[in-house]
Design a protein around this ligand. Structure first.
Ligand code: E4P
Length: 218
């Protein structure tokens, strides 16, 4: 499963990129606003840190203006992935852009039927929002299972990008279902490394090692 980080903050991206485990980045207008940075400038900087897809979202709601915005955004770098909302205009834009070889991430997906439409529109990624789905009394993971089943039934190449990830259990469940990608805030990705028994084990080994009086590096 590919790991994307869901942020427009540079330092956490650099830190995760340095682990060699980061496959891409997702941003959205709210994350750009939170960063306080200029959209074009921060997107360019992120694209220079990560080799994989960096999602940059259009803000227009009509197809013609979405295309114009995508034209500007895709010039930022080769790894820009244009993010469009799951609307009629968004999917028209998706179809046109992927037809020209541009990567597209279709966002704000809350049903398997919406995911089916996005795949038919040639989306590179579909982003079902599991956390927001859970918040509204549904099970976000049921949605991922349904999309996986449908995409496998028809061999769609669209990658399932599990978004709105809130905790490590979401990541585990997404991996068990066979989602292609997950995008999570930096904290959730850092939490994946942690286990109390790992910390306790290190503590014990260090204490015993100190008793030997030895060093590996002479
Ligand atoms: C994904 O691309 C979105 O940016 C993101 O996962 C939304 O998550 P949220 O529900 O935590 O805002």
């Amino acid at each position: 499963m590919k790991f994307f980080v869901d942020t427009a903050e540079i330092e956490p991206i650099r830190e995760l990129a340095a682990t060699g485990l980061l496959d891409g980045v997702t941003t959205n207008p709210s994350l750009i606003a939170k960063s306080g940075r200029d959209f074009m400038e921060v997107t360019r900087e992120i694209c220079g840190i990560v080799d994989g897809p960096v999602s940059a979202e259009v803000v227009a709601l009509d197809h013609a203006t979405m295309m114009k915005e995508a034209e500007v955004l895709r010039k930022i770098a080769d790894n820009v992935c244009i993010k469009v909302p799951l609307t009629v205009d968004g999917l028209k834009t998706c179809k046109a852009l992927t037809g020209e070889g541009t990567m597209v991430n279709v966002t704000l997906c809350f049903s398997a039927n919406q995911a089916l439409l996005a795949a038919k529109a040639g989306a590179s990624f579909i982003s079902p929002f599991v956390g927001r789905h859970d918040d509204n009394g549904f099970d976000g993971m049921d949605l991922i299972e349904d999309i996986r089943l449908i995409y496998d039934n028809y061999n769609f190449a669209t990658e399932i990008l599990v978004a709105s990830v809130r905790h490590t259990t979401h990541v585990l469940q997404a991996a068990k279902i066979g989602a292609d990608v997950m995008t999570a805030p930096p904290k959730v990705i850092h939490d994946l490394f942690k286990h109390v028994l790992t910390d306790k084990g290190i503590e014990g080994f260090m204490a015993d090692w100190a008793k030997t009086g030895q060093t590996i590096l002479k």
